[in-house]
Design a protein around this ligand. Structure first.
Ligand SMILES: [Zn+2]
Length: 272
């Protein structure tokens, strides 16, 4: 596991903001997320090589946000490697490509690799088991939640559930999919018995379901307060200042994502 830093999109270290890592089986290795730059992916590859000579058979992307996928290009030359992701991931990455090329030219590195957005070769619509040799990974694709392409990875041997950005700890959650969908997916995951989870942002591992509680409280208050505000005829601009504001001190980088979360929640809930 490599723990990403809690920095905003405007920070020079933004490529290193997500948790990334790898799992070693008897036969081969699976990568879970590759970081926000080709250099991050290359550093991860160096770390894997120092740990084991076994081939990398899978690069799994938990979803399509830049800080989890732009390192993929560091793995494309490996023989036999498969890129696994949610069945919505290819469309997601396709829609983000122009944005990535514009905003993350430095992270995408120099030519010839420049601008390489690597699409999944193994698409998971529901459940898929991957065999690393004596070590099975259970991939589960989820309905729209944090994003439109959230995929979790369960390592049965250690009882570790990699949640990607379905779980934010310490830094404020970023809503890019569906607020109601996210709450629903988390309610379903909360009852699963696992030894530990790996959040997309936050500590390298955390106890379950305790680790889910702060985010759940944030998402629920966002839902309840935006919904009440809409019912009372309030404007989105005012709700950005008031809804969920009592949680401000509990989250790092609150000022970078909260208002955007309110606007997305508003757009979703005004049609109820
Ligand atoms: Zn994300």
């Amino acid at each position: 596991m490599h723990q990403g830093r809690h920095v905003s999109l405007e920070d020079p270290a933004r490529a290193d903001s997500a948790n990334i890592g790898f799992i070693v089986g008897e036969r081969c290795v699976a990568i879970v997320d590759t970081g926000g730059s080709v250099a991050m992916g290359a550093a991860l590859l160096v770390t894997v090589r120092a740990a084991t000579e076994k081939p990398i058979c899978y690069v799994i992307n938990s979803h399509g946000h830049f800080d989890h996928v732009l390192g993929n290009a560091a793995f494309t030359d490996l023989p036999g490697v498969q890129f696994a992701g949610h069945s919505n991931l290819a469309e997601n990455l396709g829609a983000s490509t122009d944005f990535f090329l514009r905003q993350f030219a430095a992270e995408l590195g120099p030519a010839p690799a420049a601008g390489q957005i690597v699409l999944p070769t193994l698409q998971v619509a529901d459940r898929q088991e991957l065999d690393l040799g004596g070590r099975a990974l259970e991939l589960q694709a989820h309905a729209t939640a944090h994003s439109h392409a959230d995929l979790t990875v369960y390592d049965r041997e250690t009882g570790t559930l990699w949640l990607g950005d379905l779980l934010f700890m310490e830094r404020i959650p970023a809503l890019d999919g569906s607020l109601l969908g996210w709450i629903e997916v988390m309610e379903r995951l909360q009852v699963i018995a696992v030894n530990r989870v790996v959040p997309g942002h936050g500590p390298a591992s955390a106890p379950w379901p305790a680790a889910s509680l702060p985010q759940m409280s944030y998402l629920q208050s966002l839902r309840d307060e935006v919904r009440a505000g809409i019912g009372a005829g309030e404007f989105m601009e005012d709700l950005m200042k008031t809804a969920g504001a009592q949680q401000r001190s509990q989250w790092l980088l609150h000022e970078f994502n909260h208002e955007r979360n309110v606007s997305r929640a508003f757009t979703e809930l005004e049609w109820e």
